[in-house]
Design a protein around this ligand. Structure first.
Ligand code: FAD
Length: 369
């Protein structure tokens, strides 16, 4: 019997679970290929902790080479650039296209720098995370008193990064500004969480600018239509997620923001042999927020459905949770949490977050990594 090909595009949160399950139980007759542009896949839940100096970078990185080896999968380190769905070929930047019988996409999203003039040239997006870590290393080495770091985006990632910058660079006299724009701080979280986060930002000396979105970014400042500009030596960009441009030519049906439309089986609506999970996917009938918790929860369903599709069995439906735990690092060994409308904060919340995050990483870092 000829071997068939399962290609996993991207080493995101759902695919690391697929690989973990393949290591425990391979699919007979199938060759598995993982193509990812970064060998070390970052776990975003711990990233603000890395930026704050609470973790070493390697504690927040999953070694996909080791994971692929345990799963018997071939690792291709390359950037996916497109898809030929009729020929069932996945195109990539530096090598021959990869043929597939089943394809699964978990390539995530990036902060959207396309809508604001100058953002793409002058701001540092929080993803890809490997280039962010390199930029942060440079910043930590060279930052000096009197400089300003601006973080644009008042959501969870923006608030956590602003606090991390304050923890790391505040003692060296660097000023941190959080530009939360029209949406303000933590727009989707309950009011007590917003209050506690605003208080934490003030306690750490972070200047908060809210009420107006950035209109333009230059090499030295953020400009607004009405408000005065904010001078900034470094701008970190943490605004809403954008879809990868390569999806435009993929032949896959997409939502209005450019993300792949998937059924509850995680199959592309117009290509049942193509699956997707995490931020790259837009679930029907209601898209989910772009948050790692969903990619993590989709992992086991994706693993089960790829196996079922390979073996010609019926597929399972992914049912998103209605409410989920949000834990936000305050960068100083404390955290804020919310679930079911309840809000809590303090050191014990950080210990809880730390325990959950370390337990998650232990599943994928294994003895062999
Ligand atoms: C600072 C920060 C903190 C966050 N904190 C949280 C949090 O606490 N909780 C939470 O739920 N969410 C959090 N998020 C959001 C979270 O990062 C995303 O929702 C999550 O990473 C999505 O997972 P994913 O599997 O879809 O993709 P990702 O984790 O983005 O993984 C995508 C993978 O695909 C690879 N890839 C991408 N494009 C290509 C390509 N063209 N070719 C090949 N490989 C490619 C990447 O290298 C990466 O390995 C945070 C985000 C940031 C930036």
């Amino acid at each position: 019997m000829t071997e068939r090909n399962l290609v996993l595009a991207g080493g995101g949160h759902a695919h690391v679970e697929v690989l973990r399950q393949l290591a425990a139980r391979p699919i007979a007759g199938w060759r598995v290929v993982l193509v990812t542009r970064e060998v070390f896949s970052p776990y975003s839940g711990m990233l603000p902790g890395v930026a704050a100096g609470l973790y070493r970078p390697e504690q927040a990185l999953i070694d996909t080479r080791a994971l692929a080896a345990r799963a018997g999968a071939t690792l291709v380190v390359d950037r996916v650039t497109g898809l030929d769905p009729d020929a069932r070929l996945l195109r990539r930047a530096e090598g021959a296209p990869l043929p597939y019988d089943l394809l699964s996409i978990d390539t995530g999203a990036t902060p959207d720098t396309s809508r604001v003039p100058g953002a793409a040239e002058h701001a540092v997006p929080l993803k890809p995370i490997d280039s962010l870590l390199a930029r942060l290393d440079g910043l930590f080495a060279q930052a000096e008193g009197g400089q300003t770091v601006a973080v644009v985006g008042g959501g969870a990632a923006g608030c956590e990064m602003a606090l991390a910058m304050a923890a790391r660079l505040g003692p060296r006299g660097v000023r941190v500004v959080l530009v939360a724009g029209v949406g303000g701080v933590l727009p989707r979280l309950p009011e007590p969480a917003v209050r506690r986060m605003t208080q934490a930002l003030a306690e750490r000396g972070v200047t908060l600018r809210a009420g107006e979105d950035v209109a333009q970014v230059t090499a030295t400042a953020l400009h607004f239509a009405k408000a005065p500009p904010v001078a900034a030596d470094v701008v970190l960009w943490a605004t809403g997620a954008a879809a990868a441009p390569w999806l435009e030519e993929s032949g896959l049906r997409r939502d209005a923001r450019g993300f792949m439309l998937v059924e509850s089986t995680l199959q592309a609506v117009n290509r049942p042999e193509v699956f997707a999970a995490g931020d790259v996917a837009s679930l029907l009938p209601e898209p989910l927020p772009k948050a790692g918790v969903f990619a993590v929860r989709q992992g086991p369903v994706l693993a089960q459905n790829l196996r079922a599709a390979a073996e010609g069995r019926s597929l399972t439906r992914y049912e998103p949770q209605k409410d989920w735990l949000v834990l936000l690092s305050l960068g100083d060994g404390r955290a804020i949490g919310t679930r079911n409308g309840l809000v809590f904060s303090g050191r014990w919340v950080w210990w809880w977050k730390d325990w959950i995050d370390r337990r998650f990483m232990a599943r994928y870092q294994g003895a062999a990594s």
